[in-house]
Design a protein around this ligand. Structure first.
Ligand code: AMP
Length: 114
């Protein structure tokens, strides 16, 4: 069981900021911006590179949730903004093998990312 499955099952306390049938979202324990939310599928997909056509609805739900959470947190407007990041594999810095979308906002984000 991944740490994210335990959070979704409420076995580890973490404030859930959004939840629907397919995905859940909670604050990152080590935030890299004033807003740093992780959006994860409830049914485990290890990483985006292993997703299949069967996961299509879940993959879409992750992005739709991102928009809703950004609205909820007041950053879904072009004068503000947010960044979505998915780390896939070692070189990208993936540390938890349970697909997650990082939603970062609340400060000006530099480009390119590190
Ligand atoms: P990644 O490096 O893309 O795999 O991201 C994993 C993220 O999970 C990191 O940003 C961690 O800070 C975060 N994380 C690890 N454990 C927890 C936890 N118990 N609650 C919330 N976030 C966590």
């Amino acid at each position: 069981m991944t740490i994210f499955e335990k959070i979704i099952a409420r076995e580890i306390p973490a404030p859930i900021v959004y939840e629907d049938d397919l995905v859940a979202a909670f604050n990152d324990i080590n935030p890299q911006a004033p807003i740093h939310v992780l959006i994860v599928p409830k049914k485990i997909i290890p990483r985006v590179g292993e997703a299949t056509a069967e996961n299509q609805a879940t993959l879409g739900a992750l992005l739709l949730a991102a928009g809703k959470i950004a609205t909820q947190l007041g950053v879904n407007e072009t004068s503000k903004g947010f960044r979505l990041v998915i780390n896939n594999g070692q070189d990208a810095g993936e540390t938890v093998p349970h697909l997650h979308v990082h939603l970062l906002a609340g400060r000006e984000l530099t480009w390119p990312p590190g």
